[in-house]
Design a protein around this ligand. Structure first.
Ligand code: ADP
Length: 172
């Protein structure tokens, strides 16, 4: 049985990520989607929120599990008995960073193979930061984010908007 891990920030999960999860779930026996968090980063959504979002949108894939971790990918894979790490490649710009990471992971865990999947043509230019940017301007997110979480993304920006106007009002 081959277990693959698919790691990322997923802040928030996009249709590009979901497309990759769907394709990986057809190839590997089990796919663990793991939200990797860094205590020094300030994500838009908390780990708990992202865990809930990713679980909701991947519910229809029976061989997909969702988890979170602050370990190095190579160590996390070892703990989970995973022999593959799946990564998505969008533009050429992803390639250098992803190759470097694959080489480092291989050095740290020689049992671990990195599998690159090309992004689907439809989602080639899609990233979580693009979704956050669009949401900030109140754009329609239906072509970019899973429909189950669009309301939550919009609400997060309304909340942020309320907070910053409250802060501005209280400092004036
Ligand atoms: P990270 O913080 O590791 O970059 P992301 O959540 O942005 O986390 O991405 C996780 C993985 O998903 C990376 O391999 C990235 O290349 C891939 N990915 C991101 N967006 C897309 C997309 N639109 N299509 C295919 N793969 C993607």
């Amino acid at each position: 049985m081959t277990t693959a891990i698919y790691t990322g920030s997923f802040d928030p999960i996009t249709l590009g990520h979901l497309n990759l999860i769907k394709r990986a779930s057809r190839v590997f026996d089990k796919v663990i989607v793991c939200i990797m968090f860094n205590k020094d980063k300030h994500p838009l959504f908390s780990v708990e929120e992202r865990l809930r979002q990713v679980t909701t949108v991947t519910e229809r894939f029976p061989n997909v599990e969702v988890d979170s971790s602050d370990l190095l990918v190579a160590e996390y894979a070892r703990q989970k008995g995973a022999s593959v790490v799946v990564r998505g490649l969008r533009a050429v710009s992803d390639y250098e960073k992803e190759c470097q990471m694959a080489l480092i992971n291989k050095r740290l865990n020689p049992e671990l193979e990195t599998f690159f999947l090309p992004a689907s043509e439809k989602y080639m230019y899609l990233s979580s930061s693009a979704v956050r940017e669009l949401a900030l301007f109140g754009s329609d997110l239906s072509a970019f984010a899973p429909r189950e979480i669009i309301g939550e993304i919009e609400e997060k920006f309304r909340e942020k908007g309320r907070k910053s106007s409250w802060q501005a009002a209280s400092t004036n």
